[in-house]
Design a protein around this ligand. Structure first.
Ligand code: ATR
Length: 283
């Protein structure tokens, strides 16, 4: 951490950024840990991104988070990235070290930490993982499951070519399948993950019948607005273990805070309640 003389200052860079819950998460930790740092929103249009990054350290930033639509552009501006970021070609966490921009992608680790917390032992059984979707979030989830050693990771997507591209980029054991095969694929699945925007407030629901899933299976949805999507409700109604997107949101924030402010923060029940209340209030 390079603090200079002043107190550490971080931000979330996005466009738009007003809906980001990162200031609430990091503000909670700063307050609880008694750290004299700041965390602010930086609404930066795509055309302004390069200039903002060029001036990042000069503006006094220690680091920051990156959200839509800048994750790929941020990756390209980093002088050094972690292996996860290099594989995903996207970063969500930046920091300045020795005057140079460094980048990390904490989505994969955040996804695994959330599953470990909310469905302990989810990776202990037999069966494939089925990922629905093929955007940036699907890439992070596929990378995470490969990292964890899951032996069969299948992707389906409305646009098959995008699923093919993710499988090719992440490599074996990630493979793509036709979306019409979902009922058959569910029959042998230990984990199903929705990485699409379907089920999000204002979006159509994800239309998947969970009936073929074995009862030991875990269902995960990266959507956290609403707190419980139709998919999560259907999983719980069948008695399956269900992991909503809020845990990934909270856990992906941990490494950045530690880098900028020097203390590894905890994802507490109190923090979770705070963010859940904020989401409920906004609906
Ligand atoms: P992100 O990077 O946040 O994951 P993205 O790249 O826009 O977002 O990807 C969104 C995912 O949701 C994609 O898999 C998309 O499917 P396509 O690749 O076919 O576009 C999926 N998605 C969004 N709306 C959808 C819809 N109405 N039906 C099916 N899939 C949808």
């Amino acid at each position: 951490m390079s603090l200079g003389q002043s107190k550490p200052k971080a931000c979330v860079i996005g466009y738009p950024v007003r809906h980001s819950r990162s200031p609430l998460i990091h503000g909670y930790w700063l307050n609880r840990l008694g750290i004299a740092g700041t965390y602010e929103r930086a609404e930066i249009a795509p055309a302004e991104f390069s200039r903002f990054i060029d001036n990042f350290a000069r503006q006094g930033f220690t680091g920051g988070n990156v959200t839509l639509p800048h994750k790929q552009a941020a990756f390209e501006r980093c002088a050094w990235t972690t292996a996860a970021a290099a594989c995903l070609k996207a970063v969500n966490t930046l920091w300045i070290e020795a005057g140079v921009l460094h980048g990390e992608n904490t989505d994969a680790a955040g996804f695994l930490a959330a599953l470990d917390e909310d469905a302990p032992g989810w990776d202990g059984g037999q069966g494939r993982a089925l990922i629905i979707g093929a955007g940036g979030a699907a890439r992070a989830v596929a990378y995470a499951l490969k990292l964890r050693g899951i032996g069969e990771i299948l992707l389906v997507n409305r646009t098959k070519a995008r699923a093919d591209a993710v499988a090719a980029d992440i490599g074996p054991p990630v493979e793509s399948r036709e979306i019409c095969d979902v009922p058959r694929l569910l029959a042998g699945a230990a984990l199903v993950v929705n990485t699409t925007s379907l089920g999000m407030a204002g979006q159509p629901p994800l239309d998947v019948d969970l009936a073929p899933l074995p009862l030991e299976a875990t269902v995960s949805d990266i959507v956290y607005v609403p707190l419980e999507t139709g998919l999560i409700k259907a999983a719980r109604a069948r008695g399956l273990r269900a992991v909503s997107g809020i845990g990934m949101l909270l856990h992906q924030a941990v490494p950045g805070f530690e880098r900028w402010f020097g203390v590894r923060p905890a994802v507490t029940a109190e923090l979770r309640q705070l963010i859940e209340a904020d989401i409920l209030a906004a609906l």
